[in-house]
Design a binder for this molecule. Structure first.
Ligand code: WT7
Length: 631
C-alpha cells in the first residue's frame, strides 16, 4: 500500500482506547487539552517553566529569538548537558543509583551507577583534552551501543566538543563521508561489534575510512578483548581512562553552542549533517522523556534503538539521563539467541517503559505470541513506537501480547531534525491505533497542500510545523542553504517535515509516510539518491533508479532498476555483485532486495528520473499525471 491507499483504509477506523485508571492517576500530565492550550497561549513561558527544572550556570535573558527561519532558545543561558545528566543526580542522592544496565547477546551484564558514569565520562573527557580536543572540535564515534560509546558522547558534551555518531552498521564509504564532512579531529571506535553471535570487526573499516584524511589526528579504540597490537599508532581507550584524572569541570557552554551533528538522508545530495545545540535540545528531550514516557524515580526504561540514530541520542542518552532513571542498553540482534531475548529482559529487570519500532513488532508477530507469552511482562506500563507508521494490526498485537491490554501505547512521531517528540499522545490520553495523535505542547502542527493551504479533515496533505520549538535543528553542517529549504519549500513560513499526513475531526494526526524520495527501511531513512550513486559507482552500471516497495516486516524494501553499460550482460551473478557493492559503499541496511536490469528509465523532459512511474508500475497502481514524461 502506498500512503494514499493506507489512508483510505485507516480513515475508516475511529476506534479509541482509553488508558487504565492507574496510569492516569500517576501521570505527570493529566489534562492534555488544558496544558496544550496553555502552552500555546504563551509558548515561551511554557518552555521557560520546563527549563527551570534543570540546572543552569547562568539563566537566559530571553527564551526565544526568532528571526525566520533561525531560532535561538534560552538566549544567553549557560549550562552543560552532562551536568544535568550526571552531576545533578550525584548531588541529589543518586550517586549509587544504576544509570545503565548493558547487555550483550550472551546476556553478559554490566551495570554502571550515576557516580561511576560521571567518573568515566570525566576521565574520557580529560583524556580527549590531553589529545588536544576542545570546545567546537568534532569527534566521530563509530561504536556499538554500549556504556563506552555513551560515555564518549558525554565526554564530548562535557568539553563542548561536537560529537558525530556514525551507526556502526554503516560501511567504509558512508563512514568516510561523515568523518570528512565533519572534519573530525579524533575518531573513536571499538575493535568489533556483536551480531548474531559473530564479532564484526570495526577497526579495519575505520582504518580504511580515514586513509589520507590528515585532519584526523587520533584514532581511539575500545579494545574489547585486549588483543590489539600497539604498533598501529592507536590510542587505547581503557589506557586513556586509566591514566586520566577522575574529575573534569564541565565546560560552561552557551545554550546555543553546538552539541552534536547527526547525518541523515534527504531527497538529494549526500546526507545532511543535522546540527543540534545544547540548551533547547536538552530541555525538550528532558521534558518529552518525562511526560511522554511518564518517567518517575523508580522506573526502569528501555529504548531498543541503536545510539547511532537520533532515537538513541535523545531517548537512550540525553533525555533519559536528564530524568535520572535507570535504563537498559543492548547490543546485538533482538531475536538472537532466540526470539525470547527482549521479553526475558523485561521480565528480569521489571521494565516499566519500553520503546521500540514497528518493524521489530512485526518481526515478533511472525515468530508468534508463544514467545512473549512465556514471560512475565506485568511490570510494563507504557509502550512506545517510533520510526515509521505503526499499522493497526501491529498496534493491536503490541497492545495485546506485549501490553496484555493493561498498557498505554504512545506512537511518537518526530525526526532527526526535530530532536525530540513532536506528535504523540501523552499516557493519560485516549489513543487511536494507527494515528500518532496530537501535537506536543508548544508545537503547532498542521496538514497542508503544496501551496500551504490547510487541507480539510481526513484528506492527505503534508505535515508542517508552524512555529519554532526548542530542540529544532539549527542548521545543516556546512550547508546553510539546505537548512533554509526546510522552512522555505512551502508557502507560509512553515517547517516542511516532508511527511504525508492527515488529521481527523478530533485533531488526531495520522502519519502516512514520506512525501519525498526517502525510503524508510525498518525505520531507517535511506535516500534513493544515495543508493543510486552507489550503484552508478560500479563499473558495469550506466544508470540506476531506486524505489521503495511495501514490505511486510521492514515497512519498505529497496528495489533498484539498473541500465548496464555497453559490454556488460545482465545476470544473477552481476545482480549479486551490485548488491555487494552497495553493501561495501553504504552498509547492509541500504542493499536493494531486488535488482531489475532494464533498457530505459522513465524521465521527465528535463532528464529527471520519474521514480513515481516506476513505483506505480511495480505496484500495479494508476500511473497518474505523465504529461511531463519524455517518452
Ligand atoms: C522519519 C524520520 C524519529 C526517530 C526515528 C526516525 C518517520 C518517525 C514516526 C511515527 C510515522 C514516523 C517519518 C519521519 N517516522 N516516527 N511515529 N509514525 N512515521 O528518525 O531517521 O530522522 O526519520 O521517520 O517519516 O519523517 P529519522
Amino acid at each position: 500500500m502506498n500512503g494514499r491507499e493506507r489512508a483510505e483504509v485507516l480513515l475508516k477506523i475511529g476506534e479509541k482506547f482509553y488508558p487504565p485508571r492507574e496510569i492516569v492517576e500517576r501521570a505527570w500530565v493529566k489534562d492534555y487539552d488544558a496544558l496544550y492550550e496553555k502552552s500555546l497561549r504563551d509558548p515561551e513561558s511554557f518552555w521557560a517553566e520546563v527549563a527551570e527544572e534543570l540546572f543552569w550556570f547562568e539563566k537566559w535573558q530571553k527564551v526565544l529569538e526568532w528571526e525566520f527561519p533561525h531560532a535561538k532558545w534560552f538566549v544567553g543561558g549557560k549550562t552543560n548537558v552532562t551536568y544535568n545528566c550526571l552531576d545533578r543526580h550525584v548531588r541529589e542522592g543518586r550517586r549509587n543509583k544504576i544509570a545503565y544496565i548493558y547487555l550483550d547477546e550472551e546476556n553478559r551484564e554490566r551495570k554502571i551507577t550515576y557516580g561511576e558514569l560521571l567518573e568515566l565520562v570525566c576521565r574520557i573527557a580529560n583524556g580527549l583534552r590531553s589529545l588536544g580536543v576542545g570546545k567546537g572540535d568534532r569527534v566521530s564515534i563509530y561504536m556499538p551501543s554500549s556504556v563506552e560509546a555513551i560515555a564518549v558522547m558525554l565526554a564530548c558534551a562535557r568539553l563542548g566538543a561536537i560529537h558525530s555518531v556514525v551507526f556502526a552498521g554503516f560501511s567504509e564509504g558512508a563512514l568516510r563521508m561523515r568523518i570528512s564532512d565533519a572534519k573530525a579531529k579524533v575518531v573513536v571506535t571499538a575493535s568489533y561489534t556483536l551480531r548474531r553471535g559473530r564479532k564484526i570487526d570495526l577497526l579495519p573499516t575505520v582504518l580504511k575510512a580515514v586513509e589520507g584524511l590528515d585532519f584526523v589526528q587520533h584514532l581511539i579504540v575500545w579494545d574489547r578483548d585486549g588483543d590489539l597490537t600497539e604498533s598501529e599508532g592507536l590510542v587505547d581507550l581503557e589506557e586513556l581512562v586509566r591514566t586520566s584524572e577522575p574529575y573534569c569541570e564541565p565546560e560552561v557552554l552557551d545554550a546555543e553552542d553546538p552539541l552534536f551533528i547527526l547525518y541523515t538522508s534527504g531527497t538529494t545530495g549526500k546526507p545532511k549533517g543535522v546540527l543540534h545545540t545544547v540548551g533547547g535540545y536538552m530541555v525538550q528531550t528532558y521534558y518529552t522523556s518525562k511526560v511522554v514516557f511518564d518517567l518517575h524515580e523508580d522506573d526502569i526504561f528501555w529504548c531498543t534503538a541503536d545510539i547511532g540514530w537520533v532515537t538513541g541520542h535523545s531517548y537512550i542518552v540525553y533525555g533519559i539521563l536528564a530524568n535520572g532513571v535507570t535504563s537498559l542498553v543492548t547490543e546485538g540482534a533482538p531475536d538472537y539467541p532466540d526470539p525470547g531475548r527482549w521479553w526475558s529482559y523485561i521480565e528480569r529487570y521489571r521494565v516499566n517503559v519500553f520503546y521500540t519500532a514497528p518493524t521489530a513488532i512485526r518481526m515478533f508477530m511472525k515468530y508468534g505470541e508463544e514467545w512473549p507469552s512465556r514471560y512475565d511482562l506485568s511490570s510494563l506500563r507504557i509502550l512506545g513506537s517510533v520510526g515509521e507508521p505503526i499499522n493497526p494490526e501491529a498496534w493491536h498485537w503490541y497492545h495485546k501480547h506485549i501490553g496484555r491490554e493493561r498498557c498505554v501505547i504512545v506512537d511518537t512521531w518526530w525526526q532527526t531534525e526535530t530532536g525530540a517528540h513532536m506528535v504523540t499522545t501523552v499516557p493519560s490520553y485516549a489513543t487511536k491505533p494507527g494515528k500518532a495523535g496530537k501535537p506536543f505542547f508548544g508545537v503547532i502542527a498542521d496538514v497542508v497542500d503544496r501551496d500551504g493551504k490547510r487541507v480539510p479533515p481526513n484528506t492527505v496533505g503534508v505535515l508542517v510545523i508552524r512555529n519554532p520549538w526548542p530542540s529544532m535543528l539549527r542548521t545543516c553542517w556546512g550547508e546553510p542553504e539546505r537548512y533554509e529549504k526546510y522552512w522555505r519549500s512551502i508557502p507560509g513560513n512553515v517547517y516542511n517535515t516532508d511527511d504525508l499526513a492527515s488529521y481527523d475531526e478530533e485533531g488526531y494526526i495520522m502519519i502516512l509516510g514520506r512525501a519525498d524520495d526517502v525510503i524508510n527501511v525498518a525505520g531507517h531513512r535511506i535516500g534513493t539518491m544515495e543508493v543510486e550513486s552507489a550503484l552508478v559507482d560500479h563499473p558495469a552500471v550506466a544508470e540506476a533508479a531506486v524505489i521503495g516497495k511495501p514490505h511486510e516486516v521492514k515497512g519498505e524494501s529497496i528495489k533498484a532498476f539498473v541500465i548496464l553499460k555497453e559490454g556488460y550482460r545482465a545476470s544473477a551473478e552481476l545482480a549479486e555483485e551490485l548488491r555487494l557493492h552497495v553493501r561495501n559503499e553504504l552498509g547492509p541496511i541500504a542493499v536493494p532486495d531486488e535488482i531489475e536490469f532494464v533498457d530505459r528509465l522513465p524521465k521527465t523532459r528535463s532528464g529527471k528520473i520519474m521514480r513515481r512511474i516506476l513505483r506505480a508500475r511495480e505496484l500495479g497502481l494508476e500511473i497518474g499525471d505523465v504529461s511531463t514524461l519524455e517518452d
